[in-house]
Design a binder for this molecule. Structure first.
Ligand code: ZN
Length: 78
């Protein structure tokens, strides 16, 4: 995979900056750590969805893990 770089200074590190517009819309800007050039923007709704999806995956993972633990415990008891 190609490495992301800033179009202005060619630096490789970026940071997410949360901003709120005058109308109350929330955005997340992706900007170069070195010079602050904005290379991308996400709206808050998308970020929330990403977090929700991650939560779903995590809870499924924990569910599976619980089942495995229960199986192991049952084996020990029998
Ligand atoms: Zn830059």
């Amino acid at each position: 995979m190609a490495r992301s770089k800033c179009p202005t200074c060619e630096y490789h590190e970026f940071e997410a900056v949360h901003v709120t517009t005058k109308t109350g819309q929330k955005f997340c800007l992706i900007q170069c750590v070195a010079c602050g050039t904005v290379v991308g923007a996400l709206d808050d709704v998308k970020i929330t969805n990403v977090i929700k999806n991650a939560e779903k995956k995590l809870s499924k993972f924990l569910e599976n893990l619980n089942r495995k633990v229960v199986t192991v415990c049952n084996r020990k008891n029998s």
